[in-house]
Design a protein around this ligand. Structure first.
Ligand SMILES: Nc1ncnc2c1ncn2[C@@H]1O[C@H](COP(=O)(O)OP(=O)(O)OP(=O)(O)O)[C@@H](O)[C@H]1O
Ligand SMILES: [Mg+2]
Length: 227
């Protein structure tokens, strides 16, 4: 039997825009196995970011049920979700959400400090080196380029070695060299630590590395191997 780390059952989500209801996710059911590398594809506005937010527990669906590691997180309180967000799941946002008053290395070590990891600073420095940003350790987000902030945000998502990484366009702001570096880092996590990856992207080269592609279209999913 395949162990599923993510199980979504008939999830729906709508937004109201200018008095009109927009159904972004319509009764979507999907499951992701432990160690899978899944890409979520679909045109702009198709609901990729919304799906990632709901699957990871950052946002609640209107209806339906989501299990992460066999825990039904749909019924979880904010207090119950906090350790899930900090330890089980790593999230790379499309807009990076770095803390403006913290330097690069401080932003990265923050989730590790929350769990009182004494190696937080050292691990943060190691991650910065892996993404080629050691020279930016002491800089604040406002002093970094979009691509640099994106790499810091990726390091922050990885510091607690989450079992699942949700990444929303993780290479969207990067040149091809840095983009390839991030793809290698994520693939290495997947291969060596069996980290489950769920990545929303328009990138064909990233999709080419995935084991499975979930296409979002009109609120529904279609599965396929290509983009
Ligand atoms: N907070 C919100 N309030 C109202 N509408 C929203 C909100 N968030 C998303 N939407 C709408 O939901 C739809 C899906 O948005 P979403 O951000 O999930 O798309 P996406 O596939 O990630 O797009 P992109 O490729 O441009 O990042 C869009 O029509 C968007 O306008
Ligand atoms: Mg998006």
């Amino acid at each position: 039997m395949v162990a599923h780390i993510i199980q979504a059952d008939k999830i729906s989500k709508h937004f109201t825009l200018g008095g009109r209801r927009v159904h972004v996710l319509n009764d979507i059911s999907l499951s992701v196995a432990v160690g899978e590398f899944v890409v979520v594809a679909g045109s702009s506005g198709s609901g990729k970011s919304t799906l990632l937010s709901v699957l990871s527990g950052l946002d609640k669906p209107d209806s339906g049920r989501i299990e992460l590691c066999s825990m039904d997180i749909t019924s979880f309180s904010e207090d119950q979700l906090a350790p899930i967000r900090n330890e089980l799941v790593g999230f790379v946002f499309q807009a990076f959400h770095l803390i403006p008053s913290l330097s690069a290395v401080e932003n990265i070590q923050f989730p590790a400090e929350l769990r009182k990891d004494k190696m937080a600073r050292e691990k943060a420095r190691e991650l910065l080196a892996k993404v080629g940003l050691s020279h930016r350790a002491g800089n604040f987000p406002s002093q970094m380029s979009g691509g640099e902030q994106q790499r810091v945000a990726i390091c922050r998502a990885l510091i607690n070695e989450p079992k699942i990484v949700f990444a929303d366009e993780p290479t969207g702001n990067l040149d091809s060299e840095n983009s390839e570096g991030i793809v290698e880092l994520l693939c290495k996590l997947n291969a060596e630590l069996n980290t489950t990856l769920v990545i929303a992207t328009h990138s064909h080269s990233l999709a080419a590395r995935a084991g499975r592609i979930i296409h979002l279209c009109d609120g529904a999913v279609e599965e396929g191997l290509g983009m």
